[in-house]
Ligand binder design. Structure first.
Ligand code: ISL
Length: 578
C-alpha cells in the first residue's frame, strides 16, 4: 500500500517527540556569531541522548533575513550563513544514522521580495507573465496611489502597519500579511502551486522526512479580498479574517497531499501552523480520511494571556481558562484527527517564564511540571531548543538589545503614537520573540559555548548556572527529567492512545487528568500544582497507594488518599485493571 494514505494503522509520529532547532541560535561552528549546520551536526549526540525522534529545522534557505529566514529568496539551496547543500546532506545522513528524522520548515504563504519570482512579478509590470504569481491590486477606487487609505483593503500586517505596499513603478499594491519584504504568493494561480509541489518533491528526494508548514491556513484568500476586521497587531482574533482558512484551503492542502505526499514510499510527517484555527477546522485538516495534514499547531492556549492589545498586552493567565481550552482540544480531536502539543517555539516568550516561575527557587521544578502536563496529553509533543534546560526569558535592557522585526516595528509604532518607552519595553521583555531566540546555553563559558565570536543576539547571562553541560551531569536537572518523559512516551502506550479526562476543572491551582487505555487496561493519573504554594488535593478513588511513574520532587512515596502537593509539584501515577 502506498504510504501516507493509510487511515487505519497508527502512524510512527503518534508516539514520537519532536525537537525544534532554530539554527541561527543553536550552535556556531565558524565563529561568525550565527549558528550553522555544522554546529548542529556537532550536537547531534546531545539530541540523541535526550531521546527525541524528530528534528524540525527552522528555515535554512537563502534569505535576506528580514524575518530571520522566514523570508526565503531561494527554496532549493542553503544560505551560506548556515553552510552548503553538502553540509545539509551530511547533517541529514548523521540524523538518520542516529535513528532520528528531519523535518523542514516550508514557508510558502510568502517569499522574500528578493526571490526571483517576486522581482519578475514586480518588474514585469501589470501585463507581465509573472504578475499573477503574487497578489497585486490597484488602489481603492477614487484614491490616488500611495495616498493615505488608498490600500486596496483594510487588512493589517501581523508585523504592524497595513498589509499592502505601494509599488511606485506600476501604481499597484502587493499584499503581505507579514513584513513588506514578505509578499504573499497567489495560491489561486496553478503555476505557483505546481512550483511549490515540485520544490517539496525535490526535498523529499533528498531524503527529508516531512514538513512543518508555516501559516499554512492563510494560503487561500477570497479573490474579492473583502475588507474585514483589521487583525490586531500580532494577536489572534476570532478566526473571522477572510484569509484564515479561506475558501479553497482544504482543496489546496488535499491537492498538495495528492501531488507530493501520497505516493511517497516513506511515511512522512506534516504539521501545519494555523493561527486562529478552530477545533472543527483542525479536525477536518487532520482527519486521515481527508488526506490533508497529520496535525496542526493551534494557537488558542497561547492566546489566553493576551489582552485586547494582542501579543504585547500581557495578562495573567487563569488556569481554569487554560484547562477549558486544552481540555476542549483533547476532546475535539479524540475520535478523529490528531493534536500537536507545545508551550514554546521561536515565536513565543520562554515557557518557564510565561507559564511557570523562573525564579531560582522554582525554575527547575516548574519547568519539569510544564513538561509533565504537556507531554502527558494526547498528541505529539514538541520541544523548542533550550526548553529541555528550563531556559528562561532574557534580561533585555534597552531596545538595542532586541533583534526581531516584530518587536522593533511594534516599538517604533508605539513610540510614534506617543507611548511611554518604558511601558513598551516592559511588554517586549515579557513577550518578545527574541526571548526564545537567545543562543542555546551549552556550558558556563563565555557566550555559553554557543560561539567563540560575537553572538548575533546576546546570550542570557544565566548561562553560568543554566546550561546543558551542568544539567547532563545532574540527574535532578530539567534535562534528565525530559529524558525520562520522552522515554515514557516510547514505552507507555497509554500516553499515546489513552483517552483523556480532565479532573478538578474548577480548581485555580491544580491541573489534574487521567489517560485511560482500554486496550491494555492501563490508566495514568497526572497531578500538578501550578502555584508557588502547597496545595492539598483529593486523590480520586482507587488511586491511593498506586505506583509512581514519574515525579519532579525527591520523595516519591506511595500516594495517600489526600495528598499535599508541594509548590510546582507534578507527579504521574499508573494503575492497571486486574
Ligand atoms: O509570532 C507571532 C506574533 O508574535 C505570530 O503572529 C506569527 O507571526 C505567526 O504565528 C506566524 O508565524 C510564522 O510565520 C511568520 C514568522 O515570522 C514566524 O516566525 C513563523 O513561525 C512569517 O513567516
Amino acid at each position: 500500500m502506498p504510504q501516507n494514505d493509510s487511515s487505519a494503522a497508527p502512524a510512527w509520529w503518534q508516539n514520537a517527540v519532536v525537537y525544534q532547532i532554530y539554527p541561527r541560535s543553536f550552535a556556531d561552528s565558524d565563529a561568525d556569531g550565527i549558528g550553522d549546520l555544522q554546529g548542529i551536526i556537532e550536537h547531534l549526540d546531545y539530541l540523541a541522548e535526550l531521546g527525541v525522534d524528530v528534528l524540525w529545522l527552522s528555515p535554512v534557505y537563502p534569505s535576506p533575513h528580514a524575518d530571520n529566514g522566514y523570508d526565503i529568496s531561494d527554496y532549493q539551496d542553503i544560505d551560506p550563513l548556515f553552510g552548503t547543500l553538502d553540509d545539509f546532506d551530511r547533517l541529514l545522513a548523521a540524523v538518520h544514522g542516529r535513528g532520528m528524522k528531519l523535518v523542514m520548515d516550508l514557508v510558502v504563504n510568502h517569499t522574500s521580495d528578493e526571490h526571483p519570482w517576486f522581482t519578475a512579478s514586480r518588474d514585469g509590470g501589470p501585463a507581465g507573465p509573472m504578475r499573477d504569481w503574487y497578489i497585486w491590486r490597484p488602489p481603492r477606487p477614487g484614491k490616488e496611489p500611495g495616498a493615505p487609505g488608498a490600500e486596496p483593503n483594510n487588512w493589517g500586517s501581523f508585523f504592524s502597519g497595513p498589509a499592502w505596499t505601494h509599488d511606485e513603478a506600476s501604481g499597484e499594491y502587493y499584499l503581505h500579511l507579514f513584513a513588506r519584504k514578505q509578499p504573499d504568493l497567489n495560491w489561486e494561480n496553478p503555476e505557483v502551486r505546481q512550483a511549490v509541489y515540485a520544490m517539496m518533491r525535490w526535498w523529499l528526494e533528498r531524503g527529508v522526512d516531512g514538513f512543518r508548514m508555516d501559516v499554512v491556513n492563510l494560503l487561500s484568500k477570497d479573490p474579492a479580498l473583502p475588507d474585514g476586521p483589521v487583525p490586531d497587531h500580532g494577536s489572534y482574533g476570532d478566526g473571522s479574517a477572510s484569509y484564515v482558512c479561506g475558501p479553497r484551503i482544504h482543496e489546496f492542502l488535499a491537492e498538495m497531499h495528492r501531488e507530493v505526499l501520497a505516493g511517497h514510499p516513506r511515511r512522512l510527517l506534516t504539521v501545519g501552523e494555523m493561527p486562529d484555527v478552530t477545533i472543527d477546522e483542525a479536525r477536518r485538516f487532520t482527519d486521515p480520511a481527508n488526506r490533508e495534514l497529520d496535525m496542526v499547531f493551534q494557537f488558542e492556549h497561547v492566546s489566553l494571556d493576551l489582552g485586547p492589545g494582542g501579543k504585547f498586552d500581557p495578562r495573567p493567565l487563569r488556569l481554569t481558562d487554560l484547562k477549558v481550552s486544552l481540555g476542549r482540544w483533547q476532546e475535539g480531536l479524540a475520535e478523529t484527527g490528531w493534536n500537536s502539543l507545545y508551550w514554546n517555539n521561536h515565536d513565543h516568550a520562554r515557557a518557564v517564564s510565561r507559564f511557570g516561575d523562573d525564579s531560582p527557587e522554582h525554575r527547575v521544578r516548574s519547568a519539569a511540571l510544564l513538561a509533565t502536563v504537556l507531554h502527558l496529553h494526547r498528541g505529539t509533543p514538541y520541544i523548542y531548543q533550550g526548553e529541555e534546560l528550563g531556559m528562561a526569558n532574557a534580561p533585555f535592557a534597552t531596545i538595542d538589545d532586541f533583534r526581531d522585526i516584530e518587536s522593533l516595528n511594534h516599538y517604533r509604532e508605539q513610540i510614534a503614537a506617543g507611548a511611554d518607552p518604558e511601558q513598551v519595553l516592559a511588554a517586549l521583555r515579557a513577550r518578545s520573540r527574541d526571548n526564545a531566540r537567545t543562543p542555546m546555553q551549552w556550558d558556563a563559558s563565555a557566550h555559553g559555548g554557543f560561539t567563540t565570536g560575537t553572538p548575533w543576539i546576546a546570550v542570557n547571562p544565566d548561562h553560568r548556572t543554566v546550561n546543558a553541560k551542568a544539567q547532563r551531569a545532574d540527574l535532578d536537572s530539567v534535562f534528565h527529567y525530559y529524558r525520562r518523559l520522552i522515554s515514557l512516551r516510547h514505552t507507555e502506550p497509554a500516553l499515546t492512545h489513552g483517552d483523556f479526562r480532565m479532573l478538578h476543572p474548577d480548581d485555580e491551582r491544580i491541573y489534574a487528568f487521567t489517560r485511560h487505555h482500554a486496550a491494555d487496561g492501563t490508566e495514568l493519573l497526572v497531578l500538578a500544582n501550578i502555584s508557588g504554594e502547597s496545595v492539598q488535593v483529593a486523590v480520586p478513588d482507587g488511586w491511593a497507594g498506586t505506583e509512581t511513574l514519574l515525579a519532579n520532587v525527591a520523595a516519591v512515596e506511595p500516594l495517600p488518599a489526600r495528598h499535599t502537593l508541594q509548590p510546582w509539584e507534578a507527579r504521574v501515577h499508573r494503575r492497571t485493571a486486574s
